[in-house]
Design a protein around this ligand. Sequence first.
Ligand code: 87F
Length: 443
Amino acid sequence: MEIWELLKEFFDAEIKKLKLKSYYFPLFITENVVQKKKDHFEGFAPEVAWVTKTGNSELEAPIAIRPTSETVMYPYFAKWIRSHRNLPLRCNQWCSVVRWECSNPIPLIRSREFLWQEGHTVFATKEESDEEVLHILELYRRIYEEFLAVPVSKGRKSEVEKFAGGLYTTSVEAFIPNTGRGIQAATSNCLGQNFAKMFEIFFEDENDPAQKKKEKNKRSLVWQNSWAYTTRSIGVMVMTHGDDKGLVLPPRVAPIQVMVIPDPLEDADMTAIKEVCETIVYTLSQAGIRADLDARENYTPEWKHSHWEMKGVPLRIEIDVKDLANKQVRVVRRDNGAKVDIPSTDLVEHVQVLLDRIQDSLFETAKQKRDACIEVVYTWDEFTAAVNDKKLILAPWCDEEEVEKDVRARTEGDLGSAKTLCAPFDQPDLVEGSDHVFFLRRR
Ligand code: 87F
């Protein structure tokens, strides 16, 4: 939860710069709202959870628990928006949603309840809408790359994989080398005017001459976006950096960045050691570094070392009597186990440099591993070989529904079928005139 709070702090400040306002809409959705928008819900229906009982009595009409909030919010948008003066309308809500996954739920990655932010915005023009889609996508890239140290690719979803209710979907996509699976990291949708038609969201447009004369039925449809990232981001980070000793947390999202552990060698003056430890924690905290002290006496230093390694704390500081005498401390990195002795006088500076280095090195290592899995293919034989080899495939792609469905069918197997992740914005020079798409092996 503290990691989520750190991510939230960054993202919320950024969207407030874009004039987003915080909202909260209800968790419960009455059946008539769901029924009215059946088309939208249809494909997702199996995942919607319903409340049917209170105490021992059956409810007269079941109530859905939100899997996403379009149907809750958009009827209000239709009421609130009258003229161009009400636009843009930009709202964001932090909440949890429920999707009843039946296939193999995994904590943080695919769980039945998860936390997210859902941004829903409304504009008068497509240009404003297009621009915001990319601005938000860049914020998602930064969350993954700059905070979670997870490399992602920005791109556009295929027609099959896009959010069906919208015009186009952009996403950031991550890749887990160990499993050979791609994973959607966040999406930013341009909804076009589809939802505006469905929910009758119109505005009087000052730029439309017909409307100046206040002619009836000449109002314009609004343009909408929606975008979200979830606690899955934390799951992807855990899978990217974790090792056999446990979690490895990038310093920027580590709730504790430095754990100080006193080492009471025989006959040591424990009071003096403890005092030094407390001073170190205080000094680091004053400098804005999240430091803590494990002074518990019922655990050995060795036990504490592996405990805080398992918890992923980026740096640990060990102090014993010898260090005390030499006015130095021993600093140990979680990511590569490297140990250095540092004079206690310029500790803050050194710790800051080390934390930055760990952050950069986690990202670089993850990027190298990911890039080593990318394979460019041109033929079907190369494609199937690469799929079986758990590669992240870059292939020329026509983006036709029939073709994607055919690829899915032809790759069905134990590891699951292949599907497109996105057409990366950053296009390599492949076959002239064709777009390129990442493929992956699914569940
Ligand atoms: C599950 C049950 C019911 C995904 C669902 O991308 C409805 C849905 O609409 C559903 N699973 N979706 C698509 C979500 C689209 C959209 N929602 C707002 C986003 C961004 C945030």
